[in-house]
Design a protein around this ligand. Structure first.
Ligand code: ASP
Length: 413
């Protein structure tokens, strides 16, 4: 038993779906397929939810013109019996005529989850149409979570039990990424880009032999080609490096994906759906003698420094107060460092949250900050790689551990 995950880019149009169907026809055998919503559907559904909940008008028009129309175009090109898809959209149209009930996040999950439902209904109908047998499974019946809407936390015991009861280990089963259900039967999502995580949950619970994430890149590269001319494909990566890289901001794999696989030593392949015969990257339990340095660049960062007003040291009481403030406004810390009387953090510039955070911090601290800085993380660094990224940059802060260095820099003016 193995697991394939196809993201939104792989099924964004009819050509994409045909390509995915060909990979399934030739390579899937006793496989669970986990599929995302088509292309940018999740963003369109998010807009639809806002229009519906805040009564911005045009709700039906948004559904028809943007969401439904883009799916209709694909179905018309593909051919097949898509009556289930039409039923899903008809039901959504009916629901959007009713008054919104429940919290925003709960309504969001109920509606946004349908992106994955329709993409898998389309793929299932097309596979049937071309004679590839497949069983469609509603992931909401087996992925069980708490009620943290939009960021559901998995109930592992229940999920394991449901998966072992409901997922056949033989043949090809097609299900959705990103979605699940609360114990009282309400739809929940696992956080944006959560389909990788879904694939990993299924693989863990099924004791899969391996997982393959099919992407539009050849595998895991040592840097984002947006920032680096000479990127290198990493043919092997350890679980530890994959966790660290995704934690520091590498976007190729969702950060929560690796741990459930590592716990069962299930290898994760990252392969290209454009070149499906190429080997890509394998993530597993390896000893790598000379790991290749990997780079992660985060721009639009804010470096905040806090100085206690009462000249006290930065110790447990100050730290707990600082962390409570960050948790209160929901700002994630990308890097932190302290001296005796100052505490520095780097965070993403987020205009919705940072002003409130700064106001709170100013109650107890003198606050200074640098806007528009960059955070560069190098895993398996050496001095040469550090020097290379520091060309034309001013170094504001540096933090080194055995394998990772983080540099907070600003472009030389
Ligand atoms: N469709 C969801 C998103 O765009 C989940 C995923 O694609 O992983 O965030």
């Amino acid at each position: 038993m193995n697991v394939f995950k196809f993201g939104g880019a792989s099924v964004k149009d009819a050509a994409g779906i045909r390509n995915v169907a060909e990979i399934i026809r030739t390579q899937a055998k006793n496989t669970l397929l986990v599929v995302s919503a088509m292309g940018k559907t999740t963003n369109l559904l998010e807009d639809l939810v806002r229009a519906y909940v805040y009564q911005l008008g045009d709700v039906q028009k948004r559904l028809e013109r943007y969401v439904r129309y883009s799916h209709d175009v694909v179905m018309n090109e593909l051919g097949g019996d898509f009556s289930l898809v039409q039923q899903t959209f008809d039901q959504l149209g009916y629901d959007l005529d009713q008054r919104p009930t429940g919290t925003f996040d709960e309504i969001y999950d109920r509606i946004v989850a349908l992106g994955e439902v329709v993409s898998t209904q389309i793929l299932a109908a097309y596979l049937t149409h071309i004679g590839v047998p497949v069983r469609w499974l509603d992931a909401r019946q087996v992925i069980c979570a708490d009620t943290t809407f939009r960021e559901g936390r998995i109930d592992w015991e229940k999920t394991k039990q449901r998966i072992s009861e409901d997922v056949a280990c033989e043949g090809v089963t097609l299900t959705q990424g990103f979605i699940g259900q609360t114990s009282d039967g309400r739809t929940i999502t696992l956080g944006r880009d959560g389909s990788d995580y879904s694939a990993s949950i299924f693989a863990h619970c099924l004791n899969a032999e391996h997982v393959t994430i099919w992407k539009d890149v050849p595998g895991v590269l040592n840097a984002d080609p947006k920032w680096f001319d000479e990127t290198v494909l990493l043919d092997k990566l350890t679980y530890q490096d994959a966790i660290e890289l995704s934690y520091y901001g590498a976007t190729v794999i969702h950060p929560k994906t690796i741990k459930p696989l590592q716990n069962k030593e299930i290898p994760l392949y990252v392969r290209s759906f454009i070149k499906p015969d190429a080997p890509g990257t394998v993530i597993g339990n390896f000893k790598l003698n000379l790991p290749i340095p990997s780079f992660i660049f985060k721009i639009n960062q804010l470096l905040i420094s806090l100085h206690p007003n009462d000249f006290s040291f930065i110790a447990e009481d100050n730290l707990s107060r600082i962390f409570a403030r960050f948790a209160q406004v929901g700002v994630r810390i990308n890097l932190m460092q302290n001296t005796a009387i100052s505490f520095s953090v780097v965070v993403d510039t987020n205009p919705d949250r940072i002003p409130a955070l700064l106001e709170l911090l100013k109650q107890d601290f003198r606050v200074t900050y640098n806007e528009g800085v960059e955070l560069i993380t190098i895993r398996h660094y050496d001095q040469q790689t550090i020097d290379r990224v520091l060309i034309n940059k001013n170094l504001l802060l540096e933090q080194k551990s055995r394998y990772t260095v983080q540099l907070v820099v600003r472009e030389v003016a």
